[in-house]
Structure formats: structure tokens, C-alpha cells
Design a protein around this ligand. Structure first.
Ligand code: NAD
Length: 727
């Protein structure tokens, strides 16, 4: 069986159906492209064929390129990538020209695409090369070019065609932000042509009626002008100058794909269409060979998906949650209730008072009302979802719950009491999870009569927005509890990582040193603007001072006090506390008090860094080099990630990388801390860490693992990659 098959009917329409055997979603492979090429040649050469319709045998059209093809092209080096891409260009250009005479533009055969559902990446680039695109009335379908999200850009003509179709400004959200649209919105934006009940029938009718003029793309017609103007047109000039600054401002220059995309668009706009395709192919080759795109595809696509599909799930029968009990209807409990009810799970939401439990439920009401006002939900859906959440103070209502998530105050005594009360009423085989962010799971499990069924499920705030969930195994946690947690996370469509129990688990363990290093730099008299910009220029979405404002300074104070109590004399962060406590004493608690390291206006909009920082911690005359500040901020997180691996808290570097990007925004362009250190190479990493240790102290001490790797010429992905366990 091949990926594409063709049927010719009596009226002369050849229907080409894309249906990759054994997959639920079509992806384009090299063999697939060759098969399509052969069918197109056949149909164009066959006098009995009047027109062609390309469609899918699945519920969707296609999800994109087979990533193995991309990996295969890479293996052939620059020439391999370029030749591979040019091969695709030739195929799509053949479809676009459809056998017409290039001079008179007459005599071609009409080719239309019929999209039953989602069409992404090459799944839209192929339709864009045809003469008309029909999509089914399927509001769940997603149409767009999401390549930029994994560090590449549409390189099979999507970039060149879309810019020529919509103009640089019109194409920008689709190319630069990877914006996806449902069919109706895709039509309104000009991505596709028609939305109909039966796209194959409509496409068939259309190809039978199409005229020569219908087949000529605007850019192949005489006198074509790019919508919005080309780069030397006054309006176009404004767009291109603005776009360059805007993209650089948003990406801080660290995302090679965004820069390359812009170059392909600008240079392509100055030349004829076929030359533009060649330019697009060159820039695509450049990006594909950049280590950032390799790392981004690996972490944000391949490994993220592998983790979501249960790469580290113990072998156990399906543990999907049917009825969930949540104890504590505060900020976290309310968010967990919402995402669970969204996933169709029945929820019992318990708090100390009925009023507090109701308040927790009303959080869902608020989110749903907002979604309705934006046209993203309906009153019916709201009613249905809210009916799944039962707010109560009565623990007896927990009967029948197969999973409990406890999200009460961060106090071991309160948590112990709750654990006991819950276990008294739930079934013997139910799993109990705690959402603690700082307390060791194995300690909390001491309150449980069944510690093998006790586990940490650590959500990030706000629960409805944050994609990562950290699952923590206590010393005695058993495989069924892990399977339950993973199946629950899959139900609510988030990405899990599974780690072992240690202070702050994985994410907080790395993020706290990042925040602390930023604060320490303030205490040393380093210009706060330099601190924030150094982080952002490395691709961190938030500087450390902005991050502490967001998470709140009183939380920082609380954590500092608890850590100090636990560590005693070994506590290393006195300089940090001095700043943190002084901010706290002045009531500057961060965003929540409208005052922190930054100033905020009455509406809570963040302004400049607080001018008072300069008087509280006068800036020193000699400011450090940018690179030194960047090394401090990045190494302090990355070395902690390496230590987590070395100590067996992390068992899989894929989780370390995916968790870092989704959990605290670790420079996504790098693919995560392990990918980043692999780019630097172990010898250079050791050199920098040794230098930082000598200058700034033992928090930068080089882990032995890195020294071993440097001595053996190892990389993290070489040593621990794809399925190779660390411990
Ligand atoms: P919160 O103060 O907003 O909510 C706690 C809720 O628990 C309150 O509504 C309180 O009335 C209720 N509660 C307290 N004792 C109870 C009891 N005995 N029985 C029933 N209900 C009780 O706190 P939160 O921010 O939602 O945090 C809850 C837990 O989640 C904590 O363990 C916290 O460390 C953890 N956590 C918080 C965050 C965050 O960013 N806030 C992130 C991850 C994890």
C-alpha cells in the first residue's frame, strides 16, 4: 500500500487520496512525495483526466512533514537538505503549473484540494500550491503553518506563497507566530477559499467548471504586485523595516528561524517567484542545520509527545480517572477542578466551609464566562462543565473517587490531618496525591496508611495555562500510583515529567537559584537593567526580577525562611535574603501589591524597574561584562539540572529539557538545559563553571558528571538520550 492512491471517474476527475497506512494522521514522507509525484504525472499526461482533486482518506488532511524525513535530510548535510527541499518545490510547482504553457498560461488542468479536517505544515503548503482549497465545515479543524513553534519555518513554498497571497503583513501572524485557525477563520484570512459541507463534491464540481484563468496564480500573472507593497514600495518599506525591529524585539535575536524566515521573505520579495523558492530553500537549509532547530524539534515536538504518550509510564492497566476528589478549593484546587471538569472528569471539591468550596467552583464559572464572551465556549458547555463540579465540606462525598488531589495550606500538620480524614472514606485502591510545592513527599506519606498509593502531583500556577505537571515519586510510591498520575495528566492534556523526591523536586530546584542569582546581582550593585536584559538576551522569557515579582516576594521570603531552617549554618543565601527581606519590609511584594522590583500602575500594568533600587543598593562603578552576567544566570539553573540528574532526582534528560521549557520557560531556543550544555560541549561547560566557581563561589561547583563527560568526549544526548536511563 502506498500513501497516495488515485481513482479516475467517468467524468474525467482524478481523485487522489492521501491515506498513510497504519497512522491516524497523514504525514509526508519521501516515499509519499514520490508516490504523489507519480500520480500527478499520470493524471496530467492522461487525456481522459480533466481535473484533479487531492483529498485525504482520514478525518484530517495532514499533520505535517514526517520528522524522520527532516532528520534524513540533515544527515546529508547542507546539500542533502537543499536538494530534498528543492525536490518538494519542483513537485508543488508542477502542481501549481498543472501542465499549462508557461508563456500563454493556458492548457493546464485544474487541481483542487478538499480538506476534511486539520491541515498543518506541509498539509497546508501542498493545498497552497493547488488552484483552489475547499475545507469541510469542521470547527475542530486547525489550519496553519506551526513550524516556527519548533524552531523551523515553512520551507516547502508556504513562506513564499503565503507572502505573495496575503502580503507580508497579512502573512505575518501565520508565519511568525504559527497562528492556527479553524476553517471559517482561515477563509476570512484568505488562507483557504471555501468552507462547505462536502469539500470533495465541491472541489469536483469546481475542477469540472474551472477556466484557464482560474488556474493562474496571481504571482504567475502579468503585472503582479505584492499585497501591501514590496520592500522598495513606500508602504512595503514601512512593513519590512517595522517587521525586522519587531521580530528582533520579540525574539531578542536568539531564534534563528525567525531571522531566517524574515530574510527569506525580504529577499524573496525582490525576485521572481521561482528564484524566491530557491532563496526560501537556502534559508530553510541554513535553519535546519542550526543546532537550535535540532534541539527545539527534539524537545518541543518529539520528546514532549513521547512523554505525553507515557514514555516513562510503568506497565499497568488503564488508570484513567473517573471521579476526582480535590481537597482545598483555593487558587490551585480551583484550577485543578476546572481543568479536570474540562476533561470530562467528575469532581468533588472540598474546603473547610461551603462558602470556600463554592468560591473554588466559581473560578470555573469566571473562566467559562470569559471564554463565552470571546466566542470560545457556549452556555450549554458551561452548564455541562459546571454540573461536574460538586462543592462541599462533606468528606463522605469522596466515596467512589479513584484519585484525590490535596491542595490545602502548605503545612505538614494540616496535610497529615487531611490525608487521614480522606483515607478513612475512600476505596482501598484509590490513589492519594499531594500538590505540595516544597514539602518532601516521603515525609508527607508518613501520614498515610498506604504510602505505596501516595504520590506528588505538582501543578504550576495558573493551572489552566501552565502545560507542565511534575509527578513526584516518594520513597515508597508504587507503580500503580505513577500510572494513575500519568493517565490523569494525559486526560487533562498536559505534559508530565516523573521525578524522584528531593528538596524542591526538579523545577523549583532550578528556578529558585535563577531568581536568587538575579537578586544577588542586585545586592552586588549590578545595574538591574543589565540583569534583566542579560537574561532576556539569552532567551529567558522573564528576567529574574520580573519573575520574582510575578511569583511574589513574600513567597520568596517564606521559602528562604523554611530553607534556612532546614539547612542551618550551611545556608548560602544570606545576601539574597538581605535584599528580599528589605523589599518585603517596605511592602514591595511584587505584582500582587502593585510594587516590587518593578513599578506598576493603578491597573496593575508593569512599568519600569523601581528607581529606589539604585538608592537601596547603589550601583557599583565597574559593571560586569554582559557575558559574565549571562553565564551566572544560565549556569546557576543548568548546573542545578545536572545535579538533579547526577543525584537521580531526574531519571531522563528528556524530562529535564521539556520540563525546563514548559515549567519555567528555560530559553526555548536552546531545547532546554541539557541541550544547551550539549551545544556548549562538556569541556567548555567545565571551563566556564570552574571559572564561575573561582570568582563567585561553590554554588557553581562543576558536577563530577560533567568532568567525566569532558574527559570522555561525551554529550548528554549521546550518553543519556532517547530512552537511555540516567541512573
Ligand atoms: P490557597 O491558600 O489559595 O488555598 C488553600 C485552600 O485550602 C484554602 O481554600 C483553604 O481554605 C483550604 N484548606 C485549608 N485547610 C483545609 C482543610 N483541612 N480541609 C479542607 N480545605 C482546607 O493555597 P494554594 O496556593 O492553592 O496552594 C495549595 C497547595 O498547592 C499548597 O500546598 C501549595 O504549596 C501548593 N502549590 C501552590 C502553587 C502556587 O503557585 N500557589 C503552585 C504549586 C503548588
Amino acid at each position: 500500500m502506498t500513501d497516495f492512491t488515485m481513482k479516475k471517474d467517468a467524468e474525467g476527475v482524478a481523485i487522489i487520496t492521501w491515506d498513510v497506512p497504519g497512522k491516524s494522521m497523514n504525514v509526508l514522507s519521501l516515499d509519499g512525495a514520490a508516490a504523489l509525484n507519480g500520480l500527478i504525472d499520470d493524471a496530467l499526461a492522461d487525456d481522459a483526466v480533466k481535473g484533479i482533486v487531492i483529498t485525504s482518506g482520514k478525518k484530517d488532511f495532514a499533520g505535517g512533514m514526517d520528522l524522520n524525513v527532516i532528520a534524513g535530510m540533515r544527515a546529508g548535510g547542507a546539500q542533502g537538505v537543499f536538494d530534498g527541499v528543492m525536490g518538494l518545490h519542483q513537485l508543488l510547482r508542477k502542481i501549481e503549473r498543472a501542465g499549462m504553457d508557461p508563456k500563454t498560461l493556458k492548457g493546464g488542468k485544474p487541481i483542487a484540494t478538499a480538506l476534511p479536517g486539520t491541515a498543518l505544515g506541509i498539509g497546508l503548503e501542498l493545498p497552497l500550491s493547488t488552484h483552489r482549497i475547499f475545507a469541510a465545515e469542521n470547527p475542530k479543524a486547525k489550519i496553519g503553518l506551526p513550524e516556527i513553534m519548533v524552531g523551523i519555518f515553512p520551507g516547502a513554498g508556504g513562506t513564499t506563497r503565503l507572502v505573495r497571497k496575503l502580503g507580508a503583513m497579512g502573512a505575518a501572524p501565520f508565519l511568525l507566530e504559527g497562528k492556527l485557525s479553524d476553517p471559517a477563520k482561515a477563509k476570512a484570512a484568505g488562507l483557504i477559499d471555501e468552507v462547505v459541507a462536502d469539500p470533495v463534491a465541491a472541489a469536483r464540481d469546481w475542477v469540472l467548471k474551472a477556466t484557464d484563468a482560474d488556474l493562474v496564480k496571481p504571482w504567475d500573472a502579468k503585472g503582479y504586485k505584492m499585497p501591501g507593497g514590496e520592500p522598495y514600495h513606500p508602504a512595503g518599506f514601512m512593513t519590512f523595516v517595522g517587521a525586522s525591529a519587531m521580530v528582533h524585539g520579540k525574539t531578542m535575536g536568539v531564534y534563528p528561524a525567525a531571522k531566517a524566515l524574515l530574510s527569506a521573505v525580504y529577499e524573496g520579495a525582490l525576485v521572481p517567484f521561482d528564484t524566491a523558492l530557491k532563496i526560501e530553500a537556502r534559508w530553510f537549509t541554513n535553519v535546519l542545520l542550526n543546532p537550535s532547530s535540532t534541539a527545539m524539534i527534539r524537545s518541543l515536538f518529539i520528546n514532549k509527545e513521547a512523554l505525553e504518550k507515557g514514555a516513562n509510564r510503568p506497565d499497568a492497566p488503564d488508570q484513567s480517572v473517573k471521579k476526582l476528589g480535590i481537597i482545598g478549593a483555593g487558587m490551585m484546587g480551583a484550577g485543578i477542578a476546572y481543568v479536570s471538569a474540562m476533561a470530562g472528569i467528575e469532581v468533588v471539591l472540598i474546603d473547610n466551609s461551603q462558602e470556600a468550596a463554592e468560591r473554588g467552583k466559581s473560578y470555573s464559572t469566571g473562566l467559562l464566562d470569559k471564554a463565552i464572551s470571546r466566542g470560545k465556549s457556549t452556555e450549554d458547555k458551561k452548564t455541562e462543565l459546571l454540573s461536574r463540579i460538586t462543592p462541599t465540606t462533606d468528606y463522605a462525598a469522596l466515596a467512589g473517587c479513584d484519585l484525590i488531589v490535596e491542595a490545602v495550606f502548605e503545612d505538614p500538620a494540616v496535610k497529615a490531618e487531611v490525608t487521614k480524614k480522606v483515607e478513612a472514606v475512600i476505596a482501598k485502591d484509590a490513589i492519594f496525591a499531594t500538590n505540595t510545592s516544597t514539602l518532601p513527599i516521603s515525609e508527607l506519606a508518613k501520614a498515610s496508611a498506604r504510602p505505596d498509593q501516595f504520590i506528588g502531583i505538582h501543578f504550576f500556577s495558573p493551572v489552566d495555562k501552565m502545560a507542565l505537571v511534575e509527578i513526584i515519586k516518594g520513597r515508597e510510591t508504587g507503580p500503580l500510583a505513577v500510572a494513575k498520575a500519568l493517565d490523569f495528566v494525559r486526560q487533562i492534556r498536559k505534559t508530565p515529567i516523573v521525578v524522584n523526591d528531593a528538596r524542591f523536586f526538579y523545577a523549583n530546584r532550578c528556578i529558585i537559584p535563577y531568581i536568587n542569582e538575579g537578586i544577588r546581582l542586585v545586592s552586588e550593585g549590578v545595574n538591574p537593567t543589565l540583569i534583566e536584559n542579560a537574561a532576556k538576551l539569552m532567551g529567558m522569557p522573564l528576567g529574574p526580577l520580573q519573575l520574582v515579582d510575578e511569583t511574589s516576594i513574600d513567597l520568596g521570603v517564606k521559602i528562604a525562611k523554611a530553607t534556612k531552617a532546614a539547612m542551618g549554618n550551611a545556608y548560602p543565601d544570606g545576601a539574597v535574603d538581605e535584599v528580599l527581606f528589605r523589599m518585603y519590609d517596605q511592602g514591595r511584594l511584587g505584582r500582587k501589591s502593585n510594587a516590587g522590583f518593578y513599578d506598576y500602575d493603578d491597573k496593575g500594568k508593569r512599568g519600569d524597574l523601581w528607581a529606589g533600587l539604585a538608592t537601596e543598593w547603589p550601583q557599583s562603578e565597574a559593571q560586569p561584562e554582559l557575558t559574565e552576567v549571562q553565564h551566572r544566570l544560565m549556569f546557576v539553573q543548568s548546573l542545578e539540572a545536572v545535579r538533579a540528574l547526577e543525584e537521580g532526582v531526574l531519571e531522563d534528560i528528556r524530562e529535564g529539557d521539556v520540563g525546563a521549557i514548559l515549567g519555567w520557560g528555560f530559553a526555548p531556543w536552546s531545547g532546554g538545559p541539557f541541550s544547551w550544555l550539549d551545544m556548549l560541549g562538556a569541556p567548555r561547560t567545565v571551563e566556564i563553571a570552574d571559572d564561575l566557581t573561582a570568582k563567585f563561589g561553590p554554588r557553581f561547583t562543576t558536577p563530577q558528571l560533567l568532568r567525566d563527560m569532558a574527559a570522555k568526549g561525551d554529550s548528554f544526548y549521546g550518553r543519556f538520550g532517547a530512552g537511555k536511563k540516567a541512573a
